[in-house]
Ligand binder design. Structure first.
Ligand SMILES: [Zn+2]
Length: 119
């Protein structure tokens, strides 16, 4: 990806330079427009060149928390929240029987088989 943006940057910088060059040599009233366009294109190209690697925002590995009701067989899997740990009592009550619930597991979802870790 970095190579492509650099290549685009070079193309833009070159195109801008050509536009600027033509604009300066143009005797018609469009000379100003060409020069301006050239400058903009060139600076855009240089910006791309100096920007380096495009930001690749990697989301953190999806982590889920498995909650189980203390009384019935209700089970819920929700997104991991900061502070979750195994066997932590959950504030929410079971929607089925209103009993307290406990975190039964914290999992990191990967392509490989699930991995459990105790916090
Ligand atoms: Zn329940």
């Amino acid at each position: 990806m970095g190579m492509i943006s650099k290549l685009i940057g070079i193309v833009f910088a070159a195109a801008g330079f050509i536009l600027l060059f033509f604009g300066m040599n143009d005797t018609s009233g469009l000379s100003f427009v060409y020069s301006l366009l050239g400058l903009i294109t060139m600076s855009f190209g240089f910006a791309l060149l100096t920007a380096g690697k495009p930001k690749e925002e990697k989301p953190p590995p999806p982590t889920v928390t498995e909650i189980r009701c203390n009384d019935c067989d209700f089970k819920e899997i929700r997104d991991f929240k900061k502070g979750d740990y195994v066997l932590k009592p959950v504030e929410d009550a079971c929607p089925k029987c209103q009993t307290g619930m406990t975190i039964e597991g914290v999992y990191i979802i990967r392509e490989e088989p699930k991995e459990t870790y105790n916090v």
